[in-house]
Ligand binder design. Structure first.
Ligand SMILES: Cc1ncc(COP(=O)(O)O)c(C=O)c1O
Length: 330
């Protein structure tokens, strides 16, 4: 059942509007034909616009809403050397006129490319650490030094996947269902595929769909790294945290959620043959750019699912394109 009060609170929630919304829902007929299905739609969150777009813009609009930003002098976050989340955080900091310190792991690149180049272009200061495990303690150490200097730091968790950040995707669920309902294509079920890693995107979608009372939208998260059970548990926990912020307790289990973890291959960011083929298909047939770490593996998961399951006439397939273009050019 639709929770109108919680949906109103969601729509009225303060945010720093930087995304170009709504993002288009495009019909990918040539790719659909290639995959042997009647219709495929792509929800182009690669085109949220700000700082080359992607899913992080929606999350950070909530994380960095004006009330929370009041008095903040420095944003601190962490990720890989090619982190999309770091890119968008650095760009928010630039736009909002505050300092940004990014803790990235790996060696300092001699000639930064892709997201690493953009981190620097947006004026972020980079602290490099050797291991993934060093990132969070380093962020807190950096925050303490900013405080000691009299500044006011805000530490953003990796991926901005918090209960608050996932409200960005709860709101996206509202936007997407309006677009789907306007298609008038006679479908009664939607199979929605997208990438999942720190889980805020899928958590927000599940929350939004549960608040909307939309069990007809099935959510498939394709893992970029961790095993399914772990990601499903984190997704539901984040969705519960987001619901609590809205004072709601929707039936999250009413939204069908499947986490697929057989596209990870050699690990996070390691290319796979299926992902490279998906990238080629999206490019050649639709002029759509995928990134190697997230969206190419998600597309490979969707393509594999389509080839091993029957998609009925009543079902429509939608690919959520979460962005990440700069990673292809790294
Ligand atoms: C391009 C892209 N797609 C998908 C994801 C996964 O989103 P989430 O971390 O919300 O699971 C990320 C996260 O870093 C990303 O950068």
């Amino acid at each position: 059942m639709k929770d109108i009060d919680a949906l109103r609170r969601l729509e009225e929630w303060p945010r720093t509007h930087l995304a170009n919304l709504p993002t288009p829902l495009i019909k990918a007929d040539r790719l659909a034909g290639h995959l042997g299905i009647d219709a495929l739609h792509i929800k182009m969150d690669a085109e949220t616009g700000f700082a080359l777009g992607g899913n992080k813009v929606r999350k950070l609009e909530f994380e960095l809403e004006p009330n929370r930003m009041a008095g903040v002098t420095c944003l601190i976050t962490a990720g890989g050397a090619q982190s999309n989340h770091c890119r968008v955080t650095a760009a928010f900091a630039a736009r909002l006129g505050v300092r940004c310190i990014l803790v990235t792991q790996g060696v300092e690149p001699a000639k930064p490319t892709g997201n690493a180049l953009l981190h620097r272009l947006f004026g972020a200061e980079i602290v490099t650490v050797a291991e993934r495990a060093d990132r969070t303690p380093t962020m807190h150490r950096v925050a303490a030094s900013i405080e000691a200097e009299g500044g006011r730091p805000m530490v953003l968790p990796i991926g901005a996947s918090t209960g608050l950040g996932c409200l960005g995707y709860a709101s996206a669920a509202l936007e997407l269902t309006q677009q789907l309902d306007a298609l008038g294509d006679g479908s009664s079920e939607t199979l929605l595929f997208g990438s999942t890693s720190s889980c805020g995107t899928m958590a927000g979608l599940v929350l939004g769909l549960a608040l909307l009372g939309r069990p007809d939208v099935h959510v498939f998260g394709v893992s970029a790294d961790a095993p399914s059970e772990e990601l499903t548990a984190i997704t539901l926990e984040l969705a519960r945290e987001g619901a609590a912020l809205l004072g709601a307790s929707p039936d999250l289990a009413s939204v069908p959620l499947v986490t697929i973890d057989d596209q990870v291959g050699g690990g996070y960011g390691v290319p796979t043959v299926a992902a490279s083929e998906a990238t080629a298909d999206f490019g050649r047939l639709e002029g759509v750019v995928l990134d190697p770490t997230y969206t190419a593996k998600a597309a490979a998961g969707m393509i594999d699912w389509i080839s091993t399951h029957e998609v009925t006439r009543k079902q429509r397939v939608v690919f959520l394109h979460t962005g990440g273009h700069p990673g292809l050019l790294a």
